[in-house]
Design a protein. Sequence first.
Length: 215
Amino acid sequence: MSFWEYLVDRHRQLLTDAFQHASVVFQCMVVATVLGVLIGVLTYGHEWAGTLATTTTSTFLTIPSLALIGLLIPLVGLGVPPTVIALTLYGLLPVVRNAIVGLRGVDPALVDAARGIGMSRPMRLARVELPLAWPPILTGIRVSTQMLMGIAAVAAYASGPGLGNEIFRGIASLGSANALNQVLSGTLGIIVLALLFDAVYVLIGRLTISGGIRA
């Protein structure tokens, strides 16, 4: 069976796996973004706190994905829970680091001006600092998403959702007629999803970042 024939024959299953893959990455990125920005907000004002935050979140990336998922299985079982926990932990570092860098890069004169017109600390953060720090934060989100697209494939090891199941089935049946088709369809599907997500982030950047900041 040719690769094209395989895609036509299995298109429904492949679309289902692709949707699950995109869904779990999107949901984990939402959680990682909220947590990452919150950690950045809480730590950017102190050098030691920012260093601790980036060091701690970078430690997660030193753990091989198979090992982390394997360690989580006895604690939370198979399927979605270990996938979500692992992906969220892996997605934190770029968001945390870029949030801290972005917030520290805001011109102090602008913050002083906002304070001078009576803005409270939460108002300054929401209306001045975070909007100006948004470009690097968005870059961190893009980097995290690209990483999680690939790491999510490993979740099939724990019966997780997504295109990784297609890859693992192909690897498990090496030598069979469709083994290569399975691995190739899963891999290309992940690449396509990563490119689509990145295109969406580019659009979001154009819609949410003013021309003055982009310049």
